[in-house]
Design a protein around this ligand. Structure first.
Ligand SMILES: [Mn+2]
Length: 385
């Protein structure tokens, strides 16, 4: 049996106010053609289907089209909710969709959702675990100790009646860590994901018994501890910190119990996301301007700011979304502990330090006089000093 693993679609997402919907439609079409060409039997979607709990109309239209196409192609779809999804809204129609091979688990209600398929090697069980917090699981098992997400997930699995001698697949949306290895963040996960506490972390050992675990939550593709427990990663770069992050989809071939093969099939976006660094004239030299439709982050190296830089850049790269500078001023820029500095220093000391930080040299007498005068008028500093 061949599975295709997806996660963190975030349909409807914008990056720096730019709507990604066209790029998302494009990548989902590409995924459909991979499903067709590689003769995939089932598609696993490991949560964060939508970007928002109330998705936009166009986001709903895009998911609707994707699921309909999979049903038309007679492939099974297993879908769970992530922390970005609304349990109730994603649940809509799920009982009807089952008749067409689309299985959705968006709410944990005391039993782990299971659906079974059959192939030449026998039965294969798909367990769908929607995103759960310890507090959501606790009241189903009053006799168990559940204070962490790890305890919650192990209790759920222990009560799921999993037959370890058969083939079992788990789809989940949680923060799973693999012992010594540090997780790799894509950068577009929200802050609560990246600053996760120990209560939310689940050791990969807990998921040991499965033949394959299809995870969602982290946006950089990666295995966790072992090859068969992995994050597919988001199908597109959703943040400038993901520029180096090559996106792919795992295609998982499962034969008899214990035989699992994984191939990462690369995804080619409609528009890539790139970082350009240099002087304006170098960047805009016709021989350097390539793929102007891409999403661009520009770092200019001029010592003084270029007037209307964004407007100029957008004439060449209309999707320039971010601009900053790297020069002697920014390199000398050390981040002081402002609160502490403010308390201990006079206005004169503060403005002198600020000037030095911005321009890399000491403020002169005349400039200091003007600054103090302005501060006095603004009521920021009563007396000079
Ligand atoms: Mn996500």
């Amino acid at each position: 049996m061949k599975l295709l693993h997806l996660g963190d679609l975030h349909i409807g997402k914008s990056v720096n106010d730019y709507h990604m919907i066209e790029d998302q439609e494009y990548i989902l079409e590409q995924i459909l053609s991979i499903v067709e060409k590689r003769e995939i039997d089932a598609v696993l979607i490991a949560g964060d289907v939508y970007d928002k709990t109330i998705p936009s109309e166009e986001a709903v239209r895009v998911l609707d089209h994707f699921l309909c196409r999979l049903a038309q192609m007679q492939r099974k779809t297993y879908l769970i909710s992530g922390n970005h999804d609304s349990d109730e809204r994603l649940h809509f129609g799920s009982a009807l969709f089952e008749a067409r091979g689309i299985y959705i688990a968006s709410k944990y209600e005391g039993t782990l959702y299971r659906q079974t398929l059959e192939d030449a090697y026998g039965e294969i069980h798909f367990y769908l675990l929607p995103f759960v917090k310890a507090s959501q699981v606790k009241h189903f098992f009053p006799e168990e100790k559940i204070d962490s997400y790890e305890q919650a997930v192990s209790v759920i699995l222990r009560h799921a009646g999993i037959r370890e001698t058969e083939r079992n697949i788990l789809v989940a949306h949680q923060f799973v860590t693999g012992g010594k290895e540090e997780p790799v963040f894509g950068g577009s996960e929200n802050m609560t994901v990246r600053h996760v506490g120990n209560v939310e972390k689940i050791r990969a050992d807990v998921l040991e018994g499965f033949d394959y675990v299809a995870l969602g939550h982290l946006h950089a593709p990666q295995k966790v501890g072992k090859e068969t427990i992995r994050y597919a990663g988001s199908p597109l770069k959703y943040s400038f910190s993901e520029i180096q992050n090559e996106k792919s989809v795992p295609v998982v071939t499962i034969r008899e119990k214990g035989t699992v093969e994984i191939e990462l099939v690369p995804l080619r976006p409609l528009r890539d996301m790139r970082h350009l660094k240099g002087r304006m004239e170098q960047l805009l030299d016709p021989k350097n301007v390539q793929d102007p439709e891409d999403f661009i982050y520009v770092t200019l190296t001029e010592e003084t700011p270029v007037l209307d830089a964004m407007t100029i850049l957008r004439q060449y790269y209309p999707r320039t979304l971010k601009l900053d500078y790297e020069n002697s001023h920014t390199q000398a820029n050390v981040q002081p502990d402002l609160a502490e500095e403010m308390q201990e220093k006079s206005f004169q000391e503060l403005i002198s330090a600020f000037y030095e930080m911005m321009y890399g040299c000491a403020i002169d007498e005349e400039e200091l006089r003007v600054a103090l005068e302005a501060a006095g008028e603004a009521g920021v500093a009563g007396e000079a000093g």
